[in-house]
Design a protein around this ligand. Structure first.
Ligand code: F6R
Length: 242
């Protein structure tokens, strides 16, 4: 695992956007796994800037989702499908058909999870998976105690994660209780994992993930098992590293 400390979120976004741009120059139809939440926004802004400036042609890139709320109506502005369309697919000038994600409104959620794992393999696997990290060490929505071998499945959000995500909704009660998330085993199949963590609130989770033992209690520690994992942290998120 490689740990890169950058001055701030903007620098982290720029560094990772350049890594994505360089992947897409080498492999124009790369499958890029995207995360939602606040942390990756500087990456998407920097990447869209490169596309607008003509520094990279991302027109053949493909996008896939890491996780999705269960039970939000189709088209809800906070469904992760809507967020990824708004923050990534549209700014990069991509067509919706270049984007795959799990169906959070499926009647048979288990079948939707299995179908998504199959869709990822049939797409050739994820070339670069972007990750954020929860204050409790989650990646995707693999909350503490998730199996390190888990596949895409339904999970219940912890109270802490629902509280962390309440800022995206009109009221805390509106935050769904359940999500579909790629499993840790699924995430580890991506060819390159890139985790960005910014802000002091992530410092403890980063320290445990990078310097602690690999343990299901700290899902992001699974990155230690991956042969090509890059953790990009700003000074604040790095503040508890030894
Ligand atoms: C969202 C996701 C989550 C977030 C994490 C951090 O797709 O996978 O693991 O990355 O909850 O969220 P932010 O970036 O909002 O602090």
């Amino acid at each position: 695992m490689e740990v890169v400390i950058v001055p701030d979120a903007t620098a982290g976004g720029e560094l990772i956007a350049e890594a994505i741009a360089s992947l897409v120059r080498r492999k124009p139809d790369a499958l890029l796994g995207v995360a939602t939440g606040s942390t990756p926004l500087p990456i998407y802004e920097a990447l869209a800037g490169k596309v607008r400036a003509g520094a990279v042609d991302a027109s053949r890139a493909r996008i896939c989702q890491l996780d999705e709320y269960v039970g939000l109506p189709a088209g809800h502005p906070e469904s992760y499908r809507s967020v990824v369309l708004r923050e990534v697919v549209e700014p990069l000038g991509l067509d919706e058909s270049s984007f795959i994600g799990p169906d959070g409104s499926a009647e048979d959620v288990q079948a939707a999870c299995e179908a998504y794992d199959r869709a990822l393999s049939e797409a050739g696997g994820v070339d670069l998976q972007l990750l954020g990290i929860g204050t409790d060490g989650h990646i995707g929505f693999n909350e503490p105690c998730s199996s390190l071998a888990s596949r895409t499945r339904i999970k219940t959000l912890t109270r802490q994660t629902r509280a962390d995500n309440a800022r995206f909704f009109d009221s805390p009660d509106e935050v769904p209780h359940h999500v579909i998330t790629q499993g840790i085993g699924t995430i580890l199949e991506a060819r390159h994992l890139v985790l960005l963590a910014t802000g002091e609130g992530k410092a403890e989770a980063v320290a445990q993930s990078v310097e602690g033992p690999v343990a299901a209690l700290v899902p992001a520690s699974a990155l230690q098992l991956h042969r090509h994992a890059t953790v990009v942290v700003d000074e604040a998120a790095a503040s508890k590293l030894k």
